[in-house]
Write a protein that binds this ligand. Structure first.
Ligand code: TXA
Ligand code: MG
Length: 330
């Protein structure tokens, strides 16, 4: 049996609130990706997230709030920088790392003294959060290391009935996880690129921002963890040698998937190509759903066009590098 997503109605929100208050899990849409939510003030409920995802306990979660007023319940020593970012980008796809309040459970923060907080810019998420009137801890609603969900049906296929409710809010507007910025020390760092770009943040802060990594990448120095990844082996391929690789694999009898922006590929029963948008924002919006679509076809390999090394492609390139574990054809 799998649990079917339910529409966004007042009755379903009431039921979602009941589930959350009782310590259960509710998957809900945000503008970035679908989240798997639990009451962030209830450590037992939060630990269900880790069990359901198969996520290691030391990977901290993002706490979602519906009002800026709630920020001080969760974080302390909040610098002016944080408020400048909030004024410019909340509600929206920006998670901010701050010093945590002492009461906040280690289950949420992975034992760190900092906490990630964000106010999502999605009407369903905001309605749920304002009515819940508390923090909802929510990672992306996918099994650990798998592709993030951008449709309610993706969550359903990830978790079946192990989540008590999945609220359907249609396709996520952004489609890539939030930008993460750490302002918990004077050394401001961008830990994960996203729709909100480094230059936009630097413009607001009148300051330079350094590159950092989320802890999961720091724990594996010099290695790219397989993350946001399809189950099918995947590699990036420079466009000038793509045809050559396709020919070689097809001739070897392999079944292939290809994500490419524009190409005249010969059709072949073993070749499944998806033409992607030229624009980086639209590409990011479609990317996870397209990877998921190819991943369901039991292919031998997915080749993805290597994209320009330009600021506007940073978030897409970051996710694709992780999805392919840094595998690049040459
Ligand atoms: O767009 C998003 O942020 C989505 C939606 C559901 O809001 N959530 C999401 O959560 O992507 P998740 O758990 O898949 O990724 C959260 C990231 C992890 O890489 C985690 O290591 C990092 O945030 N993180 C959380 N708390 C942190 C902290 N205190 N210090 C450093 N990194 C932290
Ligand atoms: Mg995730």
């Amino acid at each position: 049996m799998t649990r079917h997503p339910v529409p966004f109605t007042p009755q379903n929100i009431t039921e979602a609130l009941r589930i959350l208050k009782a310590g259960g899990l509710v998957a809900f849409p945000t503008e970035t990706v679908y989240g798997l939510g639990a009451d962030a003030a209830n450590p037992q409920a939060v630990s269900k997230i880790f069990a359901t995802k198969g996520r290691p306990a030391n990977h901290p979660l993002i706490v979602h709030i519906g009002h800026v007023d709630q920020l001080e319940q969760w974080a302390e020593s909040i610098p002016d920088n944080a408020y400048q970012l909030i004024d410019s980008f909340w509600p929206g796809p920006l998670a901010i790392i701050l010093k945590k309040q002492p009461w906040v459970s280690d289950v949420v923060t992975g034992g760190q003294d900092t906490i990630a907080i964000r106010m999502p810019g999605n009407p369903v998420a905001l309605d749920l959060l304002t009515q819940f009137n508390g923090g909802i801890a929510a990672p992306s609603a996918n099994r650990f290391n798998h592709i993030s969900p951008t449709l309610a049906s993706h969550v359903q296929s990830e978790f079946g009935d192990s989540v008590e409710m999945i609220i359907d809010g249609g396709p996520c507007q952004v489609g890539l996880e939030s930008t993460i910025i750490d302002v918990s020390s004077n050394n401001i760092k961008m830990l994960r690129p996203g729709h909100i770009q480094q230059q936009q943040i630097e413009h607001v802060l009148h300051n330079t921002v350094n590159q950092g990594t989320t802890d999961s990448t720091r724990r594996a120095p010099g290695m790219l963890e397989l993350h946001y990844a399809p189950e099918t082996p995947a590699a990036l391929c420079p466009i000038i040698i793509l045809d050559q690789y396709i020919e070689q694999y097809i001739n070897a009898g392999k079944k292939m998937g290809v994500l490419v922006r524009h190409a005249q590929l010969d059709s072949h029963p073993n070749l499944h190509s998806i033409i992607m948008p030229e624009d980086p924002v639209k590409f990011g919006h479609d990317m996870y759903a397209c990877l998921r679509q190819l991943d369901e076809l039991q292919l031998d390999l997915i080749l993805i066009e290597q994209l320009p090394d330009e600021p506007k492609w940073v978030a897409v390139n970051d996710r694709l590098l992780k999805a392919t574990a840094g595998n690049i054809c040459h």
